[in-house]
Ligand binder design. Sequence first.
Ligand SMILES: O=P(O)(O)O[C@H]1[C@H](O)[C@@H](OP(=O)(O)O)[C@H](OP(=O)(O)O)[C@@H](OP(=O)(O)O)[C@H]1O
Ligand SMILES: Nc1ncnc2c1ncn2[C@@H]1O[C@H](COP(=O)(O)OP(=O)(O)O)[C@@H](O)[C@H]1O
Ligand SMILES: [Mg+2]
Ligand SMILES: [Mg+2]
Length: 349
Amino acid sequence: MRLHGEVSFDEDEEEVVMVPAAALSSSPLNGGAVPVTRLVVGYALTKKKVKSFLQPKLLLLARKKGINLVAIDDTRPLAEQGPFDVILHKITSKEWQQVLEDYHEEHPEVTVLDPPNAINHLNNRQSMLAEVSDLNLSSFYGEVCTPRQLVIMRDPSSIPTAVAMAGLTLPLVAKPLVVDGTSKSHELSLAYDEASLSMLDPPLVLQEFVNHGGILFKVYIIGETIQVVRRFSLPDVNTYDLLNNVGVYRFPRVSCAAASADHADLDPHISELPPRPLLEKLGKELRGRLGLRLFNIDMIRELGTKDRYYIIDINYFPGFGKMPGYEHIFTDFLLNLAQSKYKKCLSGG
Ligand SMILES: O=P(O)(O)O[C@H]1[C@H](O)[C@@H](OP(=O)(O)O)[C@H](OP(=O)(O)O)[C@@H](OP(=O)(O)O)[C@H]1O
Ligand SMILES: Nc1ncnc2c1ncn2[C@@H]1O[C@H](COP(=O)(O)OP(=O)(O)O)[C@@H](O)[C@H]1O
Ligand SMILES: [Mg+2]
Ligand SMILES: [Mg+2]
């Protein structure tokens, strides 16, 4: 991170002068024509994520704000690239994780978004929710919990007995235990009866299905910024369904971007967004517990309740590109990172 007053010239860039982001508005340098901060952000993302996240409007605004987004070349040693102020990544391979950890040992001044060991918590549907199973937010306009669930590592024939012993209530959602961005990790099923459970394919997690009116809240968190969207979800399962259905049914990705419910005409008891103070408190709590700054939460409100919510899924670095105004939110987040690092440097932190 180049500090105050240094001038850096890139052969193909305008002259820029480093001043703390806070000084942007007052700096005499800020004639508005030349970006007066420089933040070099190296990124290591899949082609799919580059396509969905690094949209032209983000690249343009980043450039205007003096943020240089640089693709990390995975064919060259990371140490020979940069220098970077921030590394932004979403690559699941163990090799990359090791490269990043070795690099960060040599360059502790570089901000890694986000630390691999924190991301790993979300790559397993048991550890993912273990971090949030004992939240106590009831004084913030509602309670937030996680559905009861059971991890099955092997031996499908043992599942019916294990579920009976655990006292889980049907129907159950069966989810692959490992989440690695592949389509397999999103192959979910709904099980209506215990006997059929032996048809499932471990390792998996069996989670109690919670009726929620068919609407899910996707809560995006970028640093301290929170944005909620509504998505269509699985329909409720009533007693009649349970009595007249047996078996395990695979279902598609029902709550993706195309399933937006933001403009649907819905029962307000079902579609009303969770209260802002609850989301603010929840976001703060999860950032602390998960040690992450870029994630989203899939959250549902139990049907018939005013304020009992369940977190059913947490995703690292999700589809931010679909968030309205994400380019402003994300570039401001990066500049605030720089500013807080600069202040920390000044205070000898
Ligand atoms: O696990 P669920 O709840 O389905 O969340 C998914 C994952 O976060 C996907 O990212 P990844 O594929 O990296 O895991 C993301 O796709 P993109 O980031 O490619 O957009 C989806 O974005 P939406 O399609 O906007 O929901 C988001 O819904
Ligand atoms: N416990 C649950 N109760 C009710 N619906 C659920 C539950 N778990 C998952 N679902 C439904 O299945 C969808 C996918 O589940 P999720 O855990 O988010 O998996 P993924 O990581 O593939 O998005 C959710 O969007 C929701 O519609
Ligand atoms: Mg989900
Ligand atoms: Mg998910």
